[in-house]
Design a binder for this molecule. Structure first.
Ligand code: FCB
Length: 452
């Protein structure tokens, strides 16, 4: 008889794991796939640690059956993956590539056969390079329109039972890491472009929700995945408190407010306007962006402890990492109460709505012991503590419907290449062998007991 968990979850709670196309698929040139901005960026020397690329990665494109069998054995109720836009539209628009779509058909079929609900992200950063070249990518409104067309095509052609669709993954990270700081594709360093990209990504989200409402047969639900982190001031000084409020606005409210309330937060809009030329917001934009969604996806890893910067234009202040705290391999502070704070805060400030934790997890250094096992206790502790805080948020009234570990597999961690392992399952990138870490067995048990 299974043990009775102390932290039990509601009966229909969804336990899942997440990945994304560029990070796991490989097969970057197969079956008619077009080039993505991440193909180009990673092939550019000096952009990725150790010159690594996603050319092969976990080769999930060919190993998807095996990967789904791992999911089934783990007991996952749902699997979050993303569609590579240039696999389906090699040029980003007009002419679809049936072989690209076919891969996702086979994957979804395999998931259905194993009773695993598909949770499908439409854009997890791998924009078709052709749209970058012809239209300047997310710097232009055209890209949002083409995203709407691509989304509509997916809703019509990828038959799924009861899917959850996620329009855009983490518009803040994608817009700013890729267009302001140049650390991600397309490698642009220009704040104005980043702010434009943010607006156009939100527009694209609205286009996709609209297409879904127009086309949907009633199957499935649609939402967005925002990366949200609580921001705390490092001290009680007004300067630190104001900086924390601003960083919260830049990272969190600048995306939550438009999607859930139809407006940009005035403090951040005005602040940006003092320094940058702002994107054109057309009369219908905010209505489109705030079309009602069925759920909000939250990706959460850490919180930010922030101190006011000294320079006047130092608008995000200094994020500080006190030595007595615990950090993951990414240098992100382990802060489980942050997820509780977020879930309850969103419920209070924006109203009760279905929420999913669409990503949570940790990179730690993994090594094999003499018996060939990976005893990743640090990852287990991380997941356990965050999941307990999710349970606590449920008790306090947050309508949390599900939780997804990032990630099912070790994978290509963007500019860090393969140096950071987030997987429940270890991947040997030379042989493509998959090995369950102790955390995978642990998670299997959490699912079986529906709690901790
Ligand atoms: C998130 C991304 C995801 C992964 C994790 C670690 O920001 O959505 O692809 O890289 O971080």
């Amino acid at each position: 008889m299974p043990a009775i968990p102390r932290y039990r979850f509601p009966n229909n709670f969804t336990w899942g794991a997440a990945t994304s196309a560029y990070q796991i698929e490989g097969a970057w040139q197969e079956d008619g796939k077009g080039e993505s901005i991440w193909d180009l960026f990673s092939h550019n020397p000096g952009k990725i640690m150790n010159g690594e690329t996603g050319n092969v990665s976990c080769n999930h494109y060919h190993y998807y059956r095996e990967d789904v069998s791992h999911m089934a054995r783990m007991g996952l109720n749902a699997y979050r993956f993303s569609v590579s836009w240039p696999r389906v539209f090699p040029e980003g628009k007009s002419k679809p590539n049936p072989r690209g779509l076919d891969f996702y058909r086979r994957l979804v079929e395999e998931l259905h056969q194993n009773n695993i609900q598909p949770v499908i992200t439409l854009h997890h950063w791998d924009l078709p390079q052709s749209l970058q070249e012809k239209y300047n990518g997310w710097a232009s409104r055209d890209t949002a329109m083409y995203f709407g067309e691509y989304s509509a095509y997916m809703f019509e052609n990828l038959e799924c039972e009861n899917p959850l669709w996620i329009t855009i993954n983490e518009p803040w990270v994608f817009a700013f890491m890729g267009h302001a700081f140049g650390l991600h594709a397309p490698g642009v360093v220009d704040m104005e472009t980043a702010i434009n990209a943010a607006h156009h990504l939100l527009l694209a989200h609205g286009q996709a929700v609209t297409a879904f409402r127009d086309l949907s047969s009633g199957e499935g639900q649609i939402g967005i995945a925002l990366d949200l982190s609580q921001v705390h001031p490092a001290s009680n000084s007004d300067a630190d408190i104001n900086t924390a409020r601003r960083l919260d606005g830049i990272k969190n409210r600048f995306f939550l407010d438009p999607v859930l309330q139809g407006n940009y937060p005035a403090d951040i809009w005005d602040f940006y306007s003092d320094h940058f030329k702002m994107p054109e917001v057309k009369p219908a934009d905010m209505k489109l962006i705030s079309r009602s969604i069925d759920f909000l996806g939250i990706n959460n890893y850490t919180r930010h402890l922030v101190q006011a910067g000294s320079a006047e234009d130092d608008f995000i202040g200094n994020i500080i990492n006190p030595p007595e705290k615990e950090y993951t391999e990414m240098g992100w502070e382990v802060y489980p109460p942050g997820i509780y704070e977020l879930l309850t805060r969103i419920t209070e400030e924006y109203g009760k709505m279905p929420l999913y934790v669409t990503e949570n997890g940790a990179a730690f250094y993994d090594e094999f012991d003499a018996e060939g096992n990976i005893n990743d206790e640090a990852r287990i502790n991380f997941l356990r503590d965050y999941i307990k805080q999710c349970r606590h948020a449920l008790e306090e009234g947050a309508d949390l419907r599900g939780y997804f570990v990032w990630s099912l597999l070790d994978n290509f961690e963007w500019s860090y290449g393969y140096s950071k392992r987030f997987g429940l399952i270890y991947v040997d990138f030379l042989t493509e062998k998959r090995v369950w870490k102790k955390s995978a067995y642990w998670y299997q048990n959490v699912i079986a007991n529906n709690g901790i």
